[in-house]
Design a protein around this ligand. Structure first.
Ligand SMILES: [Fe+2]
Ligand SMILES: [Fe+2]
Length: 192
């Protein structure tokens, strides 16, 4: 592989990385929507799937601004987030409620990854004088930030709904375990 020496080359490399990531997410989001049992969460995934299709198109437009063909480059970051999700869904015997909570965390991880990548890409495009590219990349970045906020709100709602009654904080700030929680723990302990 030839030595990479310019910020333009790095910009292109990062673009390819995101193109791969967005295409992977385009495949994954419908699956997340079907795995979610919370209607709010499923509809958030469906909406972000539509947005993700646009992110792919925007990236293709950026490639064309640069006079390059759209091309992906393997992104182990997004593959890892996906693999973590797959492993949990395969190995953990979780209730629907817990699965939904898990899915919000998996989605938030992906959004954080995208936000970090697009923040860097927008800065590079601006510095390199690629104004149109910067605009398109910034559109994607804005939607990733909105998607993260939405999934964080849903996560809080799910947590609140799942919080068992009677669990309180004691005066020393430690969580006091309610009798019903103790029973659940004991039952679980005896079954394994
Ligand atoms: Fe995206
Ligand atoms: Fe996203």
């Amino acid at each position: 592989m030839p030595e990479m020496t310019t910020p333009e080359e790095l910009f292109e490399h990062e673009l390819k990385d995101m193109y791969y990531a967005e295409k992977a997410l385009e495949q994954v989001l419908p699956r997340l929507a079907s795995e979610a049992t919370s209607r709010q969460l499923a509809s958030a995934f469906k909406q972000h799937h539509q947005e993700t299709k646009q992110h792919v198109k925007n990236l293709e437009q950026v490639f064309s601004e640069l006079g390059k063909p759209p091309q992906g480059e393997m992104c182990p970051g997004i593959d890892g987030i996906k693999a973590e999700h797959d492993k949990f869904m395969r190995e953990e015997d979780a209730s629907q409620q817990v699965r939904d909570m898990f899915l919000t965390g998996a989605a938030a991880r992906a959004e954080h990854y995208e936000i970090a990548a697009y923040t860097g890409l927008v800065a590079m495009a601006r510095t390199l004088g690629e104004t149109d590219a910067a605009k398109l990349l910034n559109e994607n970045l804005r939607q990733e930030k909105d998607a993260l906020k939405k999934v964080e709100t849903i996560s809080k709602d799910l947590l609140k709904a799942a919080k068992p009654n009677g669990r309180t904080r004691s005066s020393n700030g430690r969580r006091a375990t309610s009798p019903s929680r103790k029973r659940t723990t004991a039952r679980r302990g005896s079954s394994r």
